[in-house]
Write a protein that binds this ligand. Structure first.
Ligand SMILES: [Zn+2]
Length: 141
């Protein structure tokens, strides 16, 4: 297994199934066997009920934008693994399953994104082995 040296993809034994899932066009996250809570990033313990019993579960890929920012220029210096050219968005996406995560919303220009917008997952290959999760608009809320 080649682990990418990137700030975008940091693979550990605990998170590898999540990253492998993205390459297969799936979002898999840990669901607690005891209370059903879905957590991300992966960890050994449920933050809701402290259970150590869980399984990987496939998410719908659908969610809504809770908040976002636009980066209009690069950070200086540009961190390794950052491949976007400004302007690009970084949003907090609330998946239907309850998980919130940071991701780019792609395919839009500044001004084209609003809180509450419905989004759907897209999988962006960054190498032969790895992909990252991004989102695209599916319509207004
Ligand atoms: Zn739990």
């Amino acid at each position: 297994m080649g682990v990418p040296e990137s700030m975008v993809v940091r693979v550990t034994d605990e998170t590898e199934p999540f990253w492998r899932g993205l390459k297969q066009r799936k979002i898999v996250m840990q669901r607690c066997d005891d209370c059903g809570y879905v957590r991300h990033p992966a960890r050994w313990l449920c933050p809701e009920c402290l259970s150590e019993a869980w399984k990987w579960d496939e998410m719908s890929g659908r969610g809504t934008v809770e908040t976002f920012v636009w980066f209009m220029s690069h950070l200086d210096p540009v961190p390794p693994g950052i491949v976007h050219r400004p302007p690009y968005s970084v949003a907090v996406v609330h998946l239907q399953e309850g998980v919130r995560l940071y991701a780019n919303v792609v395919g839009i220009d500044p001004g084209g994104l609003a809180i509450g917008d419905a989004v759907n997952a897209v999988f962006d290959d960054i190498s032969d082995e790895w992909a990252v999760l991004r989102f695209e608009l599916t319509g207004p809320a």
